[in-house]
Design a protein around this ligand. Sequence first.
Ligand code: NAD
Length: 409
Amino acid sequence: MAAFQYFKHNTSKAADLLGLSEEQRTKLMTPDRVLRAELTIPLDGGGTASFPAYRVQFNNRRGPYKGGIRFHPAADEDEVSALAAMMAIKCAVVGIPFGGGKGGVSVDPKKLSHTETHALAREYVKAFAEHFGPDIDVPAPDMATNPEIMDTMLAEYERIVGHKAPAMITGKSIGNGGILGRDTATADGAIIVLRALLKDQNVDASKLRAAIQGAGNAGAQAAKLLSDMGVSITALADSQGTLVVANGINVELACSIKEKEGSVCDAGTQMGDDSQILGTEAVITEPVEILVPAALEEQIHQGNAKDVKAGIVLEIANGPTTPEADEILAAQGVAVVPDVLANAGGVTVSYFEWLQNRSGETWTALQTSDRLEEIMNDAYRDVADFALFRGVTLREAAYALALSRILEE
Ligand code: NAD
């Protein structure tokens, strides 16, 4: 199923719960605007190259369109539209005043030099500048884009409009109006939600094991936070394979070895005799209580869902569970904390950056973490109560709550 079909599937189920009309459903599933451009940049070795680019403005009923820009070969209209739609849902789930947007350039970023990457960033802003602005559409980093690229995009935007506008984009470098804590916000938010769920279940974290797929920005930080909570991380996977240590992985060591050698699997020999290296998919079915997909989409599917042993799936990745797998997990009584709640800490702290830029204030790391804690806890409570009251899954509850909030505006 293509990415946008997942969104439609989840939205339809929630619309059924809310008893929405055909007209309301169509409105909620149709982007406001799909912008396309062909970006041409000079190449270092001479000549030029062109790349298709997209900005999808899905829905701004709750506030300016909000969502990252990715540089990735698979970025296309379907994928960018699905991600834009999910941003609208995500912002409504955590109750921040943004709508949904997303951008993408279909390019292999590994084939571009630093100069070419920044030229592409400037061309992207030139192509869509009239549609951006602090009250219109506020982009951010996503796959293969980073604070440095956001700084370049902001400089290009300010050059075009002729005035300062730091709140036009988030995820900037700290010296350029970025916010402390954005780099860890996604995992921080996910762990706040997990702690609230464990409290509801009356479960002691120190007796639990976790398997984590992905040791990048979000996965590595989640592994460290879980480990700090006393959870034993018995499996940690990256694109090279799954490191399994029955007595628990030394997460700091595994991540520092990944940084030096390229993979957590390179840490195997230093984790004792009981360490094993398995294939990348093995992490999904490891015998643990908590499974954290934090890498790619569609990792829990019809073929492996029935073998998931975890009782909790914390979706840090976007779209890691297919609709078929969702049904299998629900039938097995697994609590799936959906992506639109679990990974919403990132956009929440982006909202703080936007607020900071608009007010001219500088937030401390403590202000950010306190406010994030409050927002994520409130969002979890709303979703969990709705799920309990209506007898539905956390994903159905999150979508239904979000749709009702979007329709309220
Ligand atoms: P990242 O690129 O920093 O890390 C991705 C990790 O996944 C890497 O460790 C990579 O080795 C691993 N990986 C790739 N293929 C794999 C495979 N087949 N099996 C196991 N591991 C594999 O990315 P990130 O920023 O940590 O994002 C991870 C996920 O979280 C993505 O789905 C992203 O959309 C989602 N997300 C991230 C943020 C954020 O703020 N970083 C916010 C919202 C959602």
